[in-house]
Design a protein around this ligand. Structure first.
Ligand SMILES: [Zn+2]
Length: 235
C-alpha cells in the first residue's frame, strides 16, 4: 500500500495519526505521514511516533524503493496495525521550510536577472548551500540582498497539483537541481506569486514574510565558474 503523503498537501501539519502498515528491519511504514523524507535537496524530518505510553524516536525518514521508511531508534512492542500518533520536530522542520522558500527566491533572481544557474544545493535546519555557475563572487551577496527585499514584501506561496501535460507548459517549471520524475502523472507546483513557479516536492512557508532575514554565511570559490553560497535565516 502506498503511503499517503500528508506533507505534500500541507507543510504545517505537526501532529497526525496513522496506522503501521509494515515493519521492516530499519523501521516502519505508515498508511499516511506528515514526515518529509530526505530528498529534493532537503534533510529528512525527525520526531517521534507515540503508541500508548511509549515514545519511538524517528531519527530519519527516507524512501526505500517507493516506500517511505520511518527509521526508529527501537522497534520493540510495535506491530503492524498499530495506531500511532506522529509528532514532527517542528522547530527543525520550520527552519528548513524558511530556508527552502528562501532558496527558491534566490534561484529565481539568479536566473531571471543574472542568467546564473544553481547546479546543486542542500538544505539543513542550520543553513543552506547552493552552487552557482558564476565567475563573480560578489554577485551572490547581492542576490541575497535582493531576495531579502522580496521576502519582506509578504508574498503568498501557493502549493497545488497539476496534470503533467499542463505543468510542462509553464516556462522554467523544472529547474536543474530539482527534477521531477518524468513518470509522475500529477506534479506538485510551488508558486511564489509573481516571483517563481516550479515543480517541487518539499515543504515551504505559506508567506515569504515567514522567512525572516536571509544572511550570507560565506561564499566559497569552488573552481572556474563555480561559486558556493552558504546562508541562513534569522531570527
Ligand atoms: Zn525546492
Amino acid at each position: 500500500m502506498v503511503t499517503e503523503e500528508l506533507y505534500a498537501k500541507d507543510s504545517y501539519i505537526k501532529n497526525f495519526s496513522a496506522k503501521v502498515t509494515k515493519i521492516v528491519p530499519s523501521g516502519v511504514i505508515l498508511d499516511r505521514t506528515a514526515f518529509h523524507p530526505r530528498g529534493g535537496g532537503l534533510e529528512s524530518d525527525t520526531g517521534a511516533l507515540i503508541l500508548g505510553g511509549n515514545t519511538y524516536r524517528v531519527t530519519e525518514v527516507k524512501f526505500e524503493g517507493n516506500e517511505i521508511v520511518h527509521v526508529l531508534e527501537k522497534l520493540d512492542g510495535l506491530r503492524e496495525g498499530d495506531e500511532v500518533e506522529g509528532r514532527i520536530d517542528w522547530e527543525r522542520r520550520y527552519r528548513m521550510m524558511r530556508l527552502h522558500t528562501a532558496s527558491h527566491i534566490i534561484a529565481s533572481i539568479a536566473f531571471s536577472k543574472y542568467n546564473a544557474l544553481i547546479t546543486g544545493g542542500n538544505i539543513t535546519p542550520e543553513y543552506a548551500k547552493d552552487d552557482f555557475n558564476v565567475e563573480n563572487k560578489d554577485l551572490l551577496p547581492k542576490i541575497v540582498e535582493e531576495a531579502n527585499e522580496i521576502a519582506k514584501r509578504g508574498i503568498k506561496v501557493k502549493v497545488y497539483f497539476l496534470p503533467r501535460e499542463e505543468a510542462m507548459k509553464i516556462p522554467g517549471v523544472v529547474k536543474l537541481a530539482e527534477k521531477m520524475p518524468p513518470e509522475l502523472e500529477t506534479w506538485r507546483i510551488v508558486e511564489i506569486e509573481g516571483i517563481d513557479i516550479q515543480a517541487d516536492g518539499g515543504p515551504h512557508v505559506s508567506n515569504t514574510e515567514e522567512i525572516g532575514s536571509i544572511e550570507v554565511i560565506k561564499v566559497e570559490n569552488r573552481g572556474k565558474g563555480k561559486k558556493r553560497l552558504y546562508y541562513t535565516v534569522k531570527p
